[in-house]
Design a protein around this ligand. Structure first.
Ligand SMILES: Cc1cc2nc3c(=O)[nH]c(=O)nc-3n(C[C@H](O)[C@H](O)[C@H](O)COP(=O)(O)OP(=O)(O)OC[C@H]3O[C@@H](n4cnc5c(N)ncnc54)[C@H](O)[C@@H]3O)c2cc1C
Length: 479
């Protein structure tokens, strides 16, 4: 154990310590608390939820950071692992729109409607569409198929970049995946996400997190915010607890437990919190090779009270692009051509009278490095102005009715969640195997958090929390 900490020892009887209150960490903590384990959840930020976050301005304006849409599976997961009160607030977003130089259309984002569009609008044979959907659904972890997403599309829609755009653009936006990723990863997300529509949480992210924290407390989980874990303690190849220490402070405290479940960035867990000396050389080489996912920029716009956007014109979620063709690289480029607009109407937060718009674009962390403070502020203003220019196509008088505008960059996401490179979706898919191997390397060390295409996003994070909680439960029972 590192004795250099000027530490206080706290109660050392925790069965499990969860680091991080993202949806994965909170779900794991809830299941373990509900099963009777003594759980401590430590969050470095001053609020719970991780990327499932809101922030307020002037007290009356409230922005959702990552509530753009998630798959229907969230209803079942919330009912089972949280409660019906939470599950019952999940509602479908009925109007998903695409607008780009190749097509402009509206969809309910489900298998039936995609089939209609592909057959009637894009002229694809129905039999091909059926085969495509069936194959996407059947792709499984157990197949040793090395097909890429590009090859998968070519098998069904060779030369049809417009079809590829329709089927791929939302997925790339949703988790940064590219045509060179394995087809399996696309199949899983596609079947989850695009087969039964897009859903949201009525009442906003803060209402969800409030309900979750109430449930956690009910299940006996001890919650502490503003408690950054500085180190995971390992003694003789086994987890021994954590050190909580704020940046720049010398005081620290130690919480003891033989099980730590980290919900922080996978690479951060291995290299910053544990330290590579505690792992086998081979594991560290594999972990180093894991790629981070991309980050994002967002522009948050609040319109004046009682000004209503035309719901029919804008829809709920709009994938808008000026690029002539789909390109994963272009979606990340500083010269932004693609923006996903989320339109929030007062019905999103019953009882309120405002519309909000959030524009999201995938981004590279490196593109936002090295600016002086002044230049950084200028770059953010430009991002806002360009977004408003683009938005005028859909909300012509947006500037006139604007009450608040601000931008977030990869630096913002890094600052508030500690994710390496401000990654929006943790690591690429290869992170999953590394995440799953942690407990074989160090007894009592577990991870649940965004790892690429499969276990990321709101639903992926919740479901990974469930898997990790079951692993921890089995580990505790064995001891
Ligand atoms: C801009 C944006 C838009 C998105 N939109 C969507 C969307 O529309 N639909 C969707 O499904 N998903 C979306 N996502 C992704 C989704 O929000 C995430 O995949 C999911 O919320 C991640 O959950 P998680 O459990 O991995 O933890 P995270 O949310 O990443 O939380 C990790 C937590 O750990 C805490 N932490 C880190 N280090 C420490 C430490 N040392 N000590 C204590 N605590 C620590 C952090 O503060 C944080 O609270 C979006 C993400 C971004 C960035």
């Amino acid at each position: 154990m590192n004795n250099s900490y000027n530490n206080n020892f706290y109660d050392n009887n925790y069965d499990v310590i969860v680091i991080g209150s993202g949806l994965g960490g909170m779900t794991a903590a809830n299941i373990l608390g509900r099963s009777g384990h003594r759980v401590l959840l430590l969050e470095q930020h001053f609020q719970f939820g991780g990327l499932a976050a809101t922030f307020r301005r002037r007290n009356e304006i409230i922005f959702d950071v990552s509530l753009h849409g998630f798959p229907v599976g969230m209803i079942k997961s919330c009912r089972r692992y949280w409660n019906t009160e939470i599950a019952d607030q999940i509602v479908q977003l009925p109007k998903i729109r695409f607008d780009n130089p190749q097509f402009s259309l509206e969809t309910t984002f489900d298998r039936e409607d995609f089939t209609r569009l592909l057959v009637e609008r894009f002229g694809v044979a129905e039999e091909t569409v059926v085969r495509f959907f069936d194959k996407a659904r059947s792709l499984s972890h157990y197949d040793n198929d090395r097909q890429t997403v590009r090859e998968f599309f070519n098998e069904f829609f060779a030369g049809r970049m417009d079809v590829v755009r329709l089927l791929m653009e939302p997925i790339t936006y949703a988790n940064g995946s590219t045509l060179d990723d394995p087809a399996l990863t696309y199949g899983i997300v596609f079947s989850n996400f695009m087969s039964k529509g897009v859903y949201t949480f009525r009442g906003g992210t803060d209402a969800l997190i409030d309900r979750m924290t109430t449930e956690l407390k009910k299940n006996g989980v001890e919650l502490r915010k503003s408690s950054p874990v500085h180190r995971i303690l390992v003694e003789n190849g086994q987890v021994a607890g954590v050190v909580v220490q704020k940046k720049g402070e010398t005081n620290s405290c130690i919480f003891r437990s033989k099980v730590v479940l980290s919900n922080t960035n996978l690479k951060g867990t291995i290299f910053d919190l544990v330290g590579q000396d505690h792992f086998s050389k081979e594991f560290i080489e594999t972990a180093k090779a894991v790629r981070l996912n991309n980050s994002s920029t967002q522009v948050y716009l609040a319109l004046k009270p009682n000004y209503l956007i035309d719901e029919n014109q804008c829809g709920d979620l709009l994938f808008s692009s000026t690029a002539t063709e789909f390109s994963s690289e272009k979606l990340l480029n500083r010269q932004i051509t693609s923006r996903t607009f989320s339109f929030y109407y007062p019905k999103t937060r019953p009882g309120t009278n405002r519309c909000y718009i959030v524009s999201s674009t995938n981004a590279n962390f490196a593109d936002w490095l090295g600016f002086s403070q002044e230049e950084y502020a200028k770059q953010k203003s430009q991002l806002i102005e360009q977004t408003l220019d683009h938005l005028e196509k859909y909300v012509p008088d947006v500037r006139e009715h604007l009450d608040w505008a601000e931008a977030a960059t990869p630096n913002t996401f890094k600052r508030y969640t500690g994710h390496w490179d401000g990654s929006s979706f943790g690591t690429k898919y290869e992170g999953l195997a590394v995440s799953r191997r942690l407990s074989q390397e160090i007894s009592g060390l577990f991870h649940a958090g965004s790892v690429g295409i499969i276990m990321s996003g709101w639903l992926g994070a919740v479901n990974y929390g469930v898997i990790a909680a079951n692993d921890v439960d089995a580990f505790l029972l064995k001891r």
